[in-house]
Design a protein around this ligand. Structure first.
Ligand code: EPZ
Length: 430
C-alpha cells in the first residue's frame, strides 16, 4: 500500500487576553483580484495585476487560467498574464467546487470565444449561491444554455446588446455581465447592479482595456470594443481583511494602525465600530487608527448590499457583540445560512439566540477558550477573533477555509502582539 500524505489539516492555537498594538499592512482585495484576473481572458495583450494577495483562491484562479491556455506568472503579489490563444473553454467541476468564483470565466470566454462550459457551482455552506441572474444576461445576449452532466454549456454566435434589470443585486452577476458585454459595440444597459468597490475596480480595468462604461446610481451603460487592450492595474485594498483586523484591535482594547487601506470603502463598518465605542482616526488617504477601550456598546446590525453593512463582516461583528455590555441584534439579509459560526461561539460560552435570519446576542464579560471548527471563510476569521478575547487557549480547526481569503492572518495578528501558533498537521493514510 503506498502512503499518500494528505495536505496538512492545519489548525491554529490562539491565546486569549492580549491587547493588540502597533501597525500592520493590509493585503490587496481577494474579491477584486478574482474578477480582474478573469478579465485578462478578454485580450491577447499582456496584462499585469498588482497587489494580489497570496491566497488559496488566487492560486485556484491561476490554475484555471492556465487550464484555459493563459501564460501566467504569479510572483511577489503581482500576476502577469498573457492569453495569446485559448486552448480550452472548460472550467472543470473540481475547480469550481474549490472556488465558486470560477463562474467568472463564463462572461470573458463567451465574449472572446463564444463558448464556455462551467461545472455547476453547487451551493456552499452559507447558502444556495444561485447564478440564475448571470445566465439570464447571457441568454438575453443571445447565448444558448443547457445544463447536462453537472456542467453548464453556453454558446453564442454574436453577442447582442442587452437591456437587463437584475432581480437580485449580485456582485459576481454584475461582474460576469460586464465582461460578457465588454466586446459588444452596441449600447447595453444593466439596472439594479451591485456597486461594491470590487465591482468598481473591475470597471476601472475594463475602461483601461477600452470599454466605455458609465455608472449612474445602480444603472450601468456599456459600449464594448471588439479589440480590447492589455492593462496594468493595482488592486484595491481588502476592506474585509481591514475590517477584521479593526475589530480585533477594538475588542482586545488595543490601539492599532492599519496601513494601505481605503477608509471610504469601510464607511458602514467604521460607523458601527464607533457606535460600539471605538475611537477611529483617519490618518491620511490610506491609514486608519482604531482604539478600543474597556466598554463595548451593544449594536443593531442589518447586512445589506454596499454601501450598507457588508455580510462578509457579520460573523466578525457577532464576536464583538458577544462581549458587549448589553443585548445586540444582528440580521443577515444576504445569505440564508450565514450563522454557522454561532454554534462554535456557543461552545466558547457565547449566549446567542437564533430566530430565522436574526441573531439576538446577550453580551458577557468574556468567552472561554475551546476547540472550534471553521465552516466557511468569514466564520473561520470570527473564531480567531473570539480566541483573542477568550480565557485560555482556543483551537481553531479546518483553517483551510481561512487561507482561502486571508493571507497569513495569524502573522498579521502576531505582528500586533497576539499569540497565535499555526500547527501543520500533515496526516498520512495507508
Ligand atoms: C460575492 O459573492 C463575494 N464573492 C462574497 O464574498 C460576498 O459575500 C457576496 O458577493 C455578497 O457581497 C466574490 O466576490 C468572489 P451575490 P457572490 O451574487 O457574487 C443571490 C467572501 O467571504 N443570487 O452578490 O456569489 C445569492 O444566492 C465571499 O469573500 C441569486 O439569487 O454573491 C445571494 O443570496 C463569500 N441569483 C445574494 O444573491 C444570482 O444569479 C447575493 O449573492 C446571483 C446571486
Amino acid at each position: 500500500m503506498t502512503n499518500t500524505t494528505l495536505s496538512g489539516s492545519d489548525f491554529l492555537l490562539v491565546e486569549g487576553g492580549k491587547r493588540l498594538k502597533g501597525a500592520v499592512k493590509i493585503s490587496g482585495s481577494k474579491n477584486a483580484s478574482l474578477p480582474i484576473m478573469m478579465a485578462t481572458l478578454l485580450t491577447k495583450e499582456p496584462c499585469v495585476v498588482r497587489n494580489v494577495p497570496t491566497l488559496l483562491d488566487v492560486k485556484n484562479a491561476v490554475e484555471l487560467l492556465e487550464l484555459i491556455g493563459a501564460n501566467v506568472k504569479f510572483e511577489d503579489h503581482n500576476v502577469f498574464v498573457e492569453v495569446k490563444r485559448l486552448q480550452n473553454y472548460v472550467a472543470p467541476d473540481y475547480l469550481v467546487r474549490r472556488m465558486r468564483a470560477s463562474i467568472l470565466v463564463a462572461g470573458p470566454l463567451l465574449a472572446r470565444l463564444g463558448k464556455a462550459v462551467v461545472g455547476m457551482p453547487g451551493g456552499c455552506s452559507i447558502g444556495a449561491r444561485l447564478i440564475d441572474q448571470h445566465l439570464k444576461v447571457f441568454e438575453k445576449g443571445g447565448a444558448f444554455i443547457t445544463v447536462r452532466n453537472g456542467y453548464i454549456h453556453m454558446e453564442v454566435e454574436k453577442i447582442k446588446p442587452v437591456e437587463h434589470t437584475f432581480e437580485v443585486i449580485t456582485v459576481t452577476g454584475t461582474e460576469n455581465a460586464l465582461m460578457f458585454l465588454s466586446r459588444c459595440e452596441k449600447r447595453s444597459i444593466l439596472r439594479n447592479t451591485a456597486l461594491e468597490p470590487e465591482v468598481i475596480d473591475l470597471i476601472e480595468v475594463l475602461r483601461k482595456m477600452g470599454v466605455d462604461i458609465e455608472v449612474e446610481g445602480r444603472t450601468m451603460v456599456i459600449r464594448g470594443n471588439p479589440e480590447l487592450r492589455g492593462f496594468d492595474h493595482t488592486v484595491i485594498p481588502d476592506r474585509i481583511e481591514a475590517g477584521t483586523l479593526a475589530v480585533a484591535g477594538f475588542i482586545t482594547g488595543g490601539d492599532v494602525v492599519l496601513e494601505g487601506v481605503c477608509p471610504e470603502h469601510m464607511g458602514s463598518q467604521l460607523e458601527k465600530l464607533k457606535e460600539a465605542g471605538a475611537v477611529i482616526e483617519i490618518l491620511g488617504l490610506d491609514k486608519i487608527r482604531v482604539i478600543g477601550n474597556s466598554k463595548i456598546n451593544p449594536l443593531e446590525i442589518s447586512t445589506s448590499e454596499y454601501p450598507g453593512f457588508p455580510t462578509d463582516m457579520q460573523a466578525q461583528f457577532t464576536v464583538l457583540c458577544c462581549i458587549a455590555d448589553g443585548v445586540s441584534q444582528i440580521t443577515e439579509n444576504i445569505f440564508e445560512n450565514r450563522f454557522q459560526h454561532v454554534n462554535e461561539l456557543q461552545r466558547m460560552g457565547a449566549k446567542i439566540n437564533l430566530k430565522g435570519r436574526t441573531a439576538i446576542v446577550f453580551g458577557q464579560d468574556r468567552l472561554s477558550g475551546a476547540e472550534v471548527f471553521s465552516t466557511d471563510l468569514r466564520a473561520s476569521a470570527s473564531l480567531v477573533l473570539a480566541g483573542l478575547v477568550a480565557e485560555g487557549t482556543t483551537v481553531v480547526r479546518e483553517i483551510h477555509h481561512l487561507d482561502r481569503g486571508y493571507e497569513r492572518l495569524e502573522d498579521k495578528l502576531n505582528t500586533l502582539g497576539a499569540r497565535i501558533e499555526r500547527i501543520t498537521n500533515a496526516r498520512s493514510t495507508g
